[in-house]
Design a protein around this ligand. Structure first.
Ligand SMILES: CC(C)(COP(=O)(O)OP(=O)(O)OC[C@H]1O[C@@H](n2cnc3c(N)ncnc32)[C@H](O)[C@@H]1OP(=O)(O)O)[C@@H](O)C(=O)NCCC(=O)NCCS
Length: 179
């Protein structure tokens, strides 16, 4: 129930108007162009990109979302090891074209990607992002010092979601790309 002073609830992304599917190699150029447009040229220097360097550009959980055949949102996941233990993913980048932002597409791609990861038996998903946005999906700040990224990261933005209950407790150490 919303009162006159409360903000409008964010709309829900309609799969009939905005179909989504797993990303394929043929989508990669468009995905990268979208992410470059949304994040700008500085993004490649971010610590999260260091983890992705040298890793396959697609995992089965990467997804794309279209409107009238044009790509409007894309989410990527990369297989990672934490302290040498595999079975986790790093989420990102997630980008939604500006004209389509705040219409629920980001939330939908995250939910779909996490559902695919759960189905695949992924234990946990790590990301660097806004805690307020990602909390709704079960992402919580990593206890300080527990997980180490290969470069500087604001510890308040290093977030982990357990897809297997209790998986986070067994994860500590340095993050590297790899299954
Ligand atoms: C951030 C982003 C992925 C969100 O996806 P989206 O489809 O626009 O957003 P959704 O409709 O799923 O969710 C809307 C919610 O996200 C919040 N939101 C939008 N942009 C945000 C941002 N840059 N940072 C944090 N939260 C943001 C909205 O306030 C809204 O919150 P509410 O649900 O509590 O009302 C997308 O807007 C985007 O790609 N932005 C440009 C890149 C960017 O700024 N990324 C920041 C994270 S690295």
């Amino acid at each position: 129930m919303s009162s006159p002073s409360s903000p409008e609830p964010t709309p829900t992304s309609d799969p009939a108007l905005y179909p989504s599917r797993p990303a394929t190699a043929a989508d990669l150029a468009q995905i990268e162009a979208l992410h470059d447009a949304v994040f700008g040229p500085g993004a490649l220097t971010r610590t999260a990109y260091r983890v992705r360097e040298g890793q396959p550009r697609l995992t089965p959980q990467c997804r794309v979302l279209f409107r009238d055949g044009a790509l409007v949102a894309a989410i990527r996941f990369t297989a990672i090891r934490i302290g040498g233990i595999g079975g986790a993913l790093m989420l990102g980048p997630l980008g939604v074209a500006g004209a389509h932002a705040n219409q629920g597409h980001g939330r939908r791609l995250i939910a779909e990607g996490l559902a695919a990861a759960t189905e695949a038996g992924v234990a946990a998903v790590l990301l660097v992002g806004d805690p307020a946005y990602y909390a709704r999906f079960g992402f919580r700040p990593v206890p300080p010092g527990r997980i180490e990224m290969p470069g500087p990261v604001d510890p308040r933005r290093l977030l982990l979601a357990e897809l297997v209950a209790g998986a986070g407790a067994g994860l500590s150490g340095r993050v590297s790309g790899g299954a």
